[in-house]
Design a protein around this ligand. Structure first.
Ligand SMILES: *[C@@H]1O[C@H](CO)[C@@H](O)[C@H](O)[C@H]1NC(C)=O
Ligand SMILES: *[C@@H]1O[C@H](CO)[C@@H](O)[C@H](O)[C@H]1NC(C)=O
Ligand SMILES: *[C@@H]1O[C@H](CO)[C@@H](O)[C@H](O)[C@H]1NC(C)=O
Ligand SMILES: *[C@@H]1O[C@H](CO)[C@@H](O)[C@H](O)[C@H]1NC(C)=O
Length: 322
């Protein structure tokens, strides 16, 4: 299984009413202007996470909104033009819902983003404020799908426990997922769902250093993992990775393996992120396994913990990368 590859779910039904403007057969390729982003945030987290959103947001290029739980005007005035414009989620009325307020807000945000009524939209992309998106890769992936059909493109959890606990087919996680216009339209009329959180704790360098050869679309839970470059804080780390993305976004994090036979060395490079050197020849099948530097999201599960094979951390100088 591709660890970061988004899965796609195509609804068995095609949209039945051809009334929306988006159902005209597309002729031009999907571009950045066809996407509207909906970012779930809150007044309390915004100050800390603004830099994550601004690392990928392009003023006057990307379209979308930050959805906040309450009016931010008291604390953030004026609202910066470097951030997406904000909207305040409609209040959640039912008391029964209070345990699930944050999940309900995620789902409500789809509806409320759709209800902004933007024109010429092909895809709605939803994410949390601690998610960084690789917009160019996202555009390239979405351009492959027929946006006039029902598509939900999302990512399941890296952790077995999370996938067992929640039905991931209907999981609206914060790592980012895309809904085609007709699907967003249909869901905004009738929404109920299952939810889950995606991601890991601790040092995710092992995972980022063994990324498959597929475009990276997003990284979620930036605030729950260690800074991805250990010498920098989280926002500086994110901006540093974005610098590499600007040079070559399509290869970002992709793992390349090569050998230096003369000295029996192995090299594994994660483009724009890390290079590991081993003083031994290791087979590709070994090097493709992420070093388990990280912890699962839910801690009370027994192995197997992950949806992919890992290598344990080791002090053996022949097996530990340097
Ligand atoms: C975005 O567009 C507005 C209106 O055209 C303009 O005033 C503003 O300076 C632009 N902002 C950036 C960052 O280009
Ligand atoms: C996209 O899907 C619609 C509806 O199924 C179909 O009519 C159209 O031909 C498709 N467009 C392309 C480019 O495949
Ligand atoms: C993170 O580091 C950068 C660069 O060193 C600095 O400008 C910024 O204020 C730091 N941010 C936080 C939240 O400490
Ligand atoms: C590389 O490994 C081979 C096979 O184990 C061994 O015969 C050779 O001496 C090694 N070369 C070096 C430079 O260590």
């Amino acid at each position: 299984m591709d660890r970061f590859a988004f899965f796609k779910l195509k609804w068995p039904l095609s949209p039945d009413n051809a009334t929306s403007s988006a159902t005209a057969t597309p002729t031009d390729p999907t571009g950045i202007s066809h996407i509207v982003f909906g970012v779930v945030s809150s007044v309390n987290t915004w100050e800390r996470r603004k830099s994550y959103v601004e690392s990928w947001w392009r003023p006057n290029v990307t379209r979308g909104y930050i959805f906040l739980d309450r009016d931010p005007s008291q604390r953030f005035h004026p609202w910066p033009s470097s951030s997406p414009p904000f909207r305040v989620n409609e209040p959640i009325k039912s008391r029964r819902d209070s345990r699930y307020v944050s999940q309900i807000r995620i789902v409500r945000t789809i509806m409320e983003t759709f209800m902004q009524g933007d024109k010429d939209v092909r895809w709605y992309v939803m994410a949390d404020d601690d998610t960084i998106l690789f917009v160019d890769n996202l555009v390239e992936v979405l351009a492959k799908y027929n946006h006039t059909e029902y598509f939900y493109i999302g990512m399941n959890s890296e952790c077995v426990g999370s996938n067992v606990n929640f039905a991931f087919e209907m999981a609206f996680g914060g790592a980012g997922y895309a809904l085609s216009y007709p699907l967003a339209e249909a869901l905004s009329k009738k929404l109920d769902g299952g939810f889950h959180q995606i991601d890991l704790h601790g040092d995710i360098s092992g995972l980022l250093s063994a990324h498959p050869q597929s475009p990276v679309l997003s990284l979620h839970h930036i605030d729950f993992v260690d800074p991805i470059f250990p010498s920098m804080n989280r926002s500086a780390s994110v901006n540093h990775l974005m610098e590499a993305a600007k040079v070559d976004h399509s290869r970002l994090l992709e793992q390349t393996i090569c050998y230096q036979r003369k000295n029996n060395w192995s090299f594994s490079t994660s483009w724009g992120y890390s290079t590991h050197m081993y003083e031994n020849i290791h087979p590709r099948s070994f090097l493709l396994r992420p070093v388990e530097t990280f912890k699962p999201w839910l801690r009370n599960f027994k192995p197997p913990l992950y949806m992919f094979n890992t290598r344990s951390l080791t002090n053996d100088p022949c097996e530990a990368p340097s």
